[in-house]
Structure formats: structure tokens, C-alpha cells
Design a protein around this ligand. Structure first.
Ligand SMILES: Cc1ncc(C[n+]2csc(CCOP(=O)(O)OP(=O)(O)O)c2C)c(N)n1
Length: 600
């Protein structure tokens, strides 16, 4: 039997140890689908309900595996649907390879059905590498380069294979003029800056007395080293959103999230430090970093093109975070005066009790912070948590205490709606033996999550640990934007754009045979989470939450508060609830707390 280009494509993906391809069919990739059938579905074709979901599943897969995610779509509309997920990969620096079909070569340029200029379509999103395979001999090089580029540049790449090319007999590139051979594999270097640069960084850090560290997802492989440095320097450590799982929140000097979704201890630490050390983070909001003339600063990042642009650093060290920190550690002097770190530790302890108290503020019917707070205490040590880009992102950032081997992610930079459920599906194919929790908005569920519950229904029985919990913040509101309108735009809630139609998420889940739990009272929350986290199947927790609890940072500025108040005066339909919940929540920062998590 002859080997077609599509057969070889799958063979080569197997050679690269790709085990899953997240995709959706169409006649533009019929040649490839035929090859899947001949290859006994190896790699495994994972079918979603929408190509954007396939791309986001590939992003989730890549985020939780550290390996490239692969997605597949047909020409024209299928390729277009992939785009948003690929941009998510691009902005969060995640390796994803997209493979798409195209009309036959004979029809190209003829305004043929489903013919879209795919090179132009992918030109921006896959700017590191996008290529058409015109003849069989081109394939190994194009595929290998797409994979190697995605991994080494940490972003999406795209391969376009016309339908008729997929069906051609595969012939390898030869040893001739204008042939490009190829090879498998990629051994990446461990990059360490030169000694002089490391010494300059050490001198700066040794000179400081109030050291603040900021870690991001690039520090994930340097957990032990970051802890060691924080201890030596008597520093506090804030975590950028994508770096939430880099360090345990049980470490007393970890101040947690930073920025608009951040914590007060992170805010205070940045406001008062004299030295800043950033590791593996591209956190963009400079206003949450020290005033520009206040701190001397060192940054470590693997990417020389992204370093040094968030703060006027004195030293920009391009290198692998763990290796660079290991080179730095012997040069650091242990700070004798520990008062800066002790002060941070006190603030962190108080912060967690404030969070607990805020979560226990009565709301109508359920305070969303309580939903997350109850989860936090029950999170299994090996849990993987994903979150949507609405108000869930705030509570994910502030209320969840990560520890153990927990992993977590969301659409950190594109902040697209609806990644929680597809990321969770992607995570389940990486770690079928771990519990996965998706924290979803009801708007996101209506946009795409409900349909992806069907994908979960289709596959869950093959996961060795069947626990996948989709917890829906059922507030009948596009809440995050409603609050942004109030706080930033000074506008009241515009009901036509913000209110969502009421539906039962539990009802839909139960029609699919998933466990479905509706929660309408805060007293039911703990049992609901227990039941979901001990279930023998995936669960949808349909939690009726109060849209009037403000997802506004505790350090909201006076201007923002003024805008919000003006918005309410202008006639917001929820004005009384908003005022009540806002005041009650804010008061928790000032009041002594009954719920002190440090007391158990
Ligand atoms: C694709 C996309 N469309 C619109 C937005 C703007 N947006 C950000 S959050 C949000 C509201 C999300 O509502 P929901 O999922 O119900 O979550 P909630 O904030 O209510 O918890 C919207 C519309 C976006 N980020 N992405």
C-alpha cells in the first residue's frame, strides 16, 4: 500500500511523540482524516464542538504538559475558527502547531468554495512560522520546523496542506539541488548569562534592604531556587497571574497575585521596596510596580526580546530561570535584618484572614468569594484548576490558596472568554489521573462551555480519574464588564448588553448524564464541593452567585470608586445591592476577623 502525504504526516507526528490532535473535520482535511482511520487513530483525534475549542484544548494541553499542542481544522471556516485559540497561545507564549486544509491546488486563486487566503490569515498569529506544503518532499521539513519553531519560540505555528496534496504519494526529499532534508528532535540549551552580568546582579541585590520579587510562568522550573533566593534576601514574592502555581501560597512571604486582580500585600510590597527582582514574568502593569525612581531592579528572562520593557532595570539577565538563579545563589549574602520579610509575613497572614472574612460576607444568594473559598480548603494537592476571564479570574487570583503539586491557568494575556472548559479538557488528556476543576462564567458557558460539556460527556469514561468539575458562577450577568462599566466608564449597568437569559446549567449537565448539583444557599457549598470532588463522574456545580459583590481590587483608587458611585447614581438597576455588598466587603479590611484561617 502506498504511503500518502497524510499518512506520512501522522507518522511524523508519532515520531515526535504527539499523542493527541485536537480537531474538527471538514472536506478540506479529508485526506488527513482518511489517514487517521488507516493509522488506527494514532495519534488520537479528539473531537470538539468548534474549532476555537480545539485550539484552546491544544493550548490547555500545552500549558499543562510542557509539550506542544496540536490542532487540526478544515480550510476556510475551520481555519478561521481556530484563530482566537491560536492568539491565546501566542499571547501566553505557548507552543501550538495548527494544521489546516486548503482547496486543491488546481482551484487556488479561482475564488473557489471555502478558499480563503490562509497565509494572510495566519500571517500575524503564526508570525514565527506559517507555510504551505505544495509537494510531498516539502512535508518533513515544514512539519519539523513548525514543531521546533513552536517549541523554541514558544508560540503558535501553522501548516497549510491542500486537499489534493494530502492524497499524493509521499516521496521523501532527496540529495539534490533545491531539496530540503530534515531531522527529528530538539535538545534545548540551558542558557546562563555570563559571570560578569551575574556578579553585577548579585551586587545590586546584596545592596538592597527591602527586596521584592515578582515571579511569572517562566519561573515554574525554578521553584526551589526562587524559595532559596527569597530566603537569602529576606524578600517577599508576588506572583503574576500565569505564575500562580510557581510557588506555594503556604509560604509565609508569598504575597500572591499582583495587579488589578492582585492582593494588598503585593501592592504594599511593591509600593515600599527598594529593590525589585523579576523572574520569568512579562507582567505588563507598571503602575503596580515600584515608582520608577524608587527601586533598583534586576530581571531574569529567557527571551532577550521581551526583557527590560516593564521597568527601567539596571541588569537584564537573559537566561534560563533555574540555571541563572543557581549561578546567582552562591554570590548572595544572607540578609541579617529580617524585619522587611517579617512585616510582609504579617501582612500576608492578615490578608488571608481578610479574604476569609470577605468570603463570609452575606450576599444574595451566594457570595462568589465563598464559592472559591470553600473550594480552596478542599482542593486536592494534585488538582489542576482553570478559570474563565470574567469575574472568575479575580476570585481565582485572590481566593485560591495553591499548594502541593497544584497547577492552574487561564487566558492570561488575551483574556478571551471561555478558556476554562476547553483548557480543562486539554488538561484531562495530559493528566487523566488528576482532578481538574474549571471555574466558569455563565456568559462563557453560554458562549461555548455548554457545548464542550458534550465533549466531556464523550470522553470522560476513558480518564482513570473521572473527576472534572465545571463550577459555574450563575449570576445572570456579564459581570466583569458590568463592573468595568461602573468602575472605569462611570456608566450604569446597561441591561440590554449585560443581562443573560436564565437557563439551568445543572439541567443541561444532567441531560448529558453528568453529575449535576444546583447550589442556591452558601450553607450547601461545602457539601457540594465534597460531592463533586469525590464523584465517579464529571460534575457541573451550578452555583447561584450574587452579581453585586464587587470584583474590584482592595486598593481601588478614589477615582474608580467615584466613577462607580456616579454610575450608580445614574440609575443602575442593581444600585442598592451593589452599595450594600461593596461596603460590607470593603469593611472586612478594617474589621477584626472571626474567620482566621491561620487558626485552622
Ligand atoms: C471573546 C470575548 N468577548 C468579550 C470579552 C469581554 N468580556 C470580558 S469578561 C466578560 C464577561 C464575562 O461574563 P461571564 O462569563 O458571565 O463571567 P462573569 O464576569 O459574569 O463572572 C466579557 C463580555 C472577552 N474578554 N472575550
Amino acid at each position: 500500500m502506498t504511503t500518502t502525504v497524510a499518512d506520512f504526516l501522522l507518522q511524523r507526528l508519532r515520531d515526535w511523540r504527539v499523542q493527541h490532535v485536537f480537531g474538527y473535520p471538514g472536506d478540506g482535511i479529508n485526506g488527513i482524516l482518511g489517514a487517521f482511520s488507516r493509522a488506527d487513530d494514532d495519534p488520537r483525534f479528539i473531537q470538539s464542538r468548534h474549532e476555537e475549542m480545539s485550539a484552546l484544548q491544544a493550548v490547555g494541553y500545552a500549558k499543562f504538559s510542557g509539550r506542544p499542542g496540536v490542532c487540526l481544522a478544515t480550510s476556510g471556516p475551520g481555519a478561521i475558527h481556530l484563530l482566537n485559540g491560536l492568539y491565546d497561545a501566542k499571547l501566553d507564549h505557548v507552543p501550538v502547531v495548527a494544521i489546516v486544509g486548503q482547496t486543491n491546488r488546481s482551484a487556488m486563486g479561482g475564488s473557489y468554495q471555502q478558499e480563503v487566503d490562509l497565509l494572510s490569515l495566519f500571517k500575524d498569529v503564526a508570525s514565527d512560522y506559517v507555510q504551505v506544503v505544495n509537494v510531498p518532499e516539502q512535508l518533513p521539513n515544514v512539519l519539523d520546523r513548525a514543531i521546533r519553531t513552536a517549541v523554541s519560540r514558544r508560540g503558535p505555528t501553522a501548516i497549510i496542506i491542500p486537499n489534493d496534496v494530502q492524497e499524493l504519494e509521499y516521496t521523501p526529499p532527496g540529495h539534490e539541488f533545491k531539496m530540503v532534508p530534515s531531522s527529528l528532535g530538539l535538545d534545548q540549551p540551558s542558557v546562563v548569562p555570563d559571570d560578569a552580568a551575574v556578579r553585577r546582579a548579585a551586587e545590586l541585590l546584596n545592596a538592597g534592604t527591602k527586596v521584592a520579587m515578582l515571579v511569572g510562568q517562566g519561573a515554574r522550573s525554578a521553584r526551589r531556587e526562587v524559595e532559596q533566593v527569597a530566603d537569602l534576601l529576606g524578600a517577599g514574592v508576588a506572583k503574576a497571574l500565569l505564575g500562580k502555581d510557581v510557588l506555594s501560597d503556604d509560604l509565609p512571604y508569598v504575597t500572591g497575585a499582583i495587579g488589578l486582580l492582585g492582593t494588598r500585600p503585593s501592592y504594599e510590597m511593591m509600593k515600599n521596596c527598594d529593590t525589585l527582582r523579576t523572574v520569568g514574568s512579562n507582567f505588563p502593569y507598571t503602575q503596580f510596580m515600584p515608582p520608577l525612581d524608587q527601586a533598583r531592579s534586576v530581571q531574569i528572562d529567557i527571551d532577550g526580546s521581551l526583557i527590560g520593557m516593564r521597568y527601567p532595570n539596571e541588569v537584564n539577565l537573559v537566561g534560563d530561570s533555574a540555571a541563572t538563579l543557581r549561578a546567582l545563589i552562591p554570590l548572595l549574602e544572607r540578609k541579617v535584618d529580617r524585619s522587611w520579610q517579617e512585616d510582609i509575613t504579617d501582612q500576608v497572614t492578615r490578608w488571608w484572614s481578610t479574604m476569609e472574612a470577605e468570603a463570609h460576607v452575606a450576599a444574595d444568594p451566594i457570595n462568589p468569594m465563598r464559592m472559591f473559598g470553600e473550594l480552596s480548603t478542599q482542593l486536592p494537592d494534585d488538582a489542576i484548576v482553570t478559570a474563565d476571564s470574567g469575574s472568575a479570574a479575580n476570585w481565582y487570583a485572590r481566593q485560591l490558596r495553591f499548594r502541593g503539586q497544584m497547577r492552574g491557568s487561564l487566558s492570561g494575556t488575551l483574556a478571551t472568554m471561555g478558556p476554562a472548559v476547553p483548557y480543562a479538557v486539554g488538561a484531562k488528556f495530559v493528566h487523566p489521573d488528576r482532578p481538574v476543576i474549571a471555574l466558569a462564567g455563565d456568559g462563557a458557558m453560554q458562549m461555548n462551555g455548554l457545548a464542550e460539556l458534550i465533549t466531556i460527556r464523550r470522553y470522560w469514561q476513558e480518564w482513570s480519574d473521572p473527576r472534572l468539575v465545571v463550577a459555574v458562577l450563575h449570576n445572570n450577568d456579564l459581570n466583569q464588564v458590568t463592573w468595568e462599566l461602573r468602575a472605569m466608564g462611570g456608566s450604569p449597568k446597561f441591561v440590554e448588553s449585560q443581562a443573560l437569559p436564565e437557563i439551568s446549567y445543572a439541567g443541561f449537565a444532567s441531560s448529558l448524564g453528568l453529575q449535576a448539583i444546583t447550589v442556591k444557599s452558601p450553607d450547601e457549598l461545602a457539601d457540594a464541593w465534597r460531592s463533586a470532588l469525590s464523584s465517579d463522574r464529571p460534575t457541573v456545580l451550578d452555583v447561584y452567585t450574587d452579581p453585586d459583590v464587587p470584583p474590584i481590587p482592595p486598593h481601588a483608587t478614589f477615582e474608580q470608586a467615584k466613577d462607580a458611585a456616579e454610575a450608580l447614581i445614574k440609575g443602575d438597576e442593581n444600585r442598592w445591592g451593589v452599595l450594600k455588598e461593596g461596603l460590607r466587603t470593603k469593611a472586612q479590611e478594617l474589621l477584626p476577623h472571626r474567620h482566621d484561617p491561620s487558626s485552622g
